[in-house]
Design a protein around this ligand. Structure first.
Ligand code: C6P
Length: 404
């Protein structure tokens, strides 16, 4: 069913060497490699189609517009949104989150109102709220986690007050790999009459995310973490919310008519898409989504679950190993420290062995504070990784450990 050798051939970069060693790329939570079909699709569009979208009456513009809007439909089907009006193209997860924070706060939040986030959020789901806290006086309430890196559901429920206006939580932690019980969390938020924003940066690359099944109000994700190009991402929002929210940026594409006296805005989704979109990247993203769908999201998830379980088991064999994130529901990420070895030293020496991992706080400093550490080494897996690569990682960690 899942022919890993065939899959790897789709990613020529995986055959290269670094420092004379075969590359072992385990930094997929930061960004994934791109399959040939994505590169080919984008090259083909630049070679033969390129023209600005939604503007021209000419043939190329219409063809580029068709590709761009077909990409929107591919994304809609991928997340099972009701309508393409609910699919807004952004530069990535960060921009999608900022859009909602800014626009939602403008319309629906005032001084003293509260947003609930969790301890394990990425900075892009903390700092935009803090900017609004400074500007408008809104407050952040933080859901605590247990030692395994799981959200404390009882504490979550206790955070709701009559001032709670929205909940915004990561589907999967980029440090711990925890898959949060978001369906239940969304149900609870709705019970309190509060909408829920899901940061899907680390979930959409790994398993099916169905916005209607989850009933989330907003979902943000990035193309580059799911085999697509950089610079493109998606904000899904329920039409009812998006309709009531003001535009995030002003410019071309997002207006209906403009005069110095009065400007009216385009309908959804264009109201939130000011300026020329990266229409080649949206086509690339749609190609990446189709690539994943051809492999099968369930097959991808099963393969990566197998890799995660295998990595957890093998890494625990290493002396003085500390793994951060042992949630029952965990995906594609293993963060660790060995003895007193600094994460940067471990990462740098693994790199010399051809193994690419990420080190540091992973843009989740509040989580590092909670864990009482400055940073971790993080290995993160994708659909093209193998158990042999994990074996090499384990040998590499042992070798580095011996040096200290
Ligand atoms: N995490 C990582 O190495 P952007 O940069 O907009 O594509 O994604 C931001 C983002 C938001 N939420 C989560 C949970 C994320 O993991 C990320 C990106 C990368 O972990 C880069 S810091």
């Amino acid at each position: 069913m899942y022919d890993i050798n065939k899959v790897r051939q789709d990613f020529p970069i995986l055959s290269r060497e670094v420092y004379g060693k075969p590359l072992i790329y385990l930094d997929n939570a930061a960004t994934t490699q791109k399959p040939l079909c994505v590169l080919d699709a984008m090259r083909e569009e630049y070679l033969n189609v390129n023209a600005n979208v939604h503007r021209g009456v000419h043939y190329l513009s219409q063809q580029a517009t068709d590709l761009h809007e077909a990409a929107r439909e591919t994304v809609r089907a991928f997340i099972n949104a009701k309508s393409t009006s609910e699919v807004i193209f952004t530069r990535g997860t960060t921009e999608a989150l900022n859009l909602v924070v800014s626009s939602f706060c403008d319309e629906f939040m005032k001084e003293g109102d509260e947003v609930i986030v969790s301890t394990m959020e990425h900075h892009s789901n903390i700092v935009p709220w803090q900017l609004q806290a400074a500007k408008k006086g809104i407050c952040l309430k933080v859901i605590p986690i247990n030692e395994k890196g799981e959200i404390l559901m009882d504490e979550y429920e206790k955070l709701f007050t009559e001032k709670t206006k929205i909940v915004s939580v990561a589907h999967v932690s980029n440090v711990l790999g925890t898959i949060n019980p978001v369906k239940e969390m969304i149900r609870i938020a709705h019970e309190h009459g509060v909408p829920f924003m899901l940061d899907g940066a680390q979930s959409t690359p790994h398993f099916s995310v169905d916005v209607q099944d989850l009933d989330c109000d907003f979902l943000a994700f990035s193309g580059h973490k799911m085999y697509g190009p950089t610079g493109v991402g998606v904000l899904y929002g329920k039409e009812d919310w998006l309709d009531r929210m003001p535009p995030y940026q002003g410019g071309g594409e997002m207006i209906d008519s403009v005069s110095f006296e009065k400007t009216t805005f385009e309908k959804l989704p264009f109201k939130f898409e000011a300026g020329t979109p990266d229409y080649v990247a949206t086509h690339g993203l749609a190609t990446a989504i189709k690539y994943m769908q051809d492999l099968g999201m369930d097959n991808i998830h099963a393969h990566e679950k197998m890799l995660t379980d295998y990595a957890m088991k093998r890494m625990k064999e290493i002396e003085d190993m500390r793994i951060f994130g042992e949630a029952e529901e965990k995906d594609a990420v293993v963060s660790f420290l060995v003895g007193n070895i600094h994460h940067l030293d471990m990462g740098t020496l693994l790199d010399r062995l051809g193994i690419a991992v990420r080190t540091g706080h992973h843009c989740a400093q509040p989580l590092m504070i909670r864990l009482g550490i400055q940073g971790t080494v993080r290995a993160s897996f994708a659909l093209y990784n193998t158990t042999e690569e994990i074996d090499t990682l384990v040998e590499g960690i042992k070798r580095v450990s011996k040096m200290f």
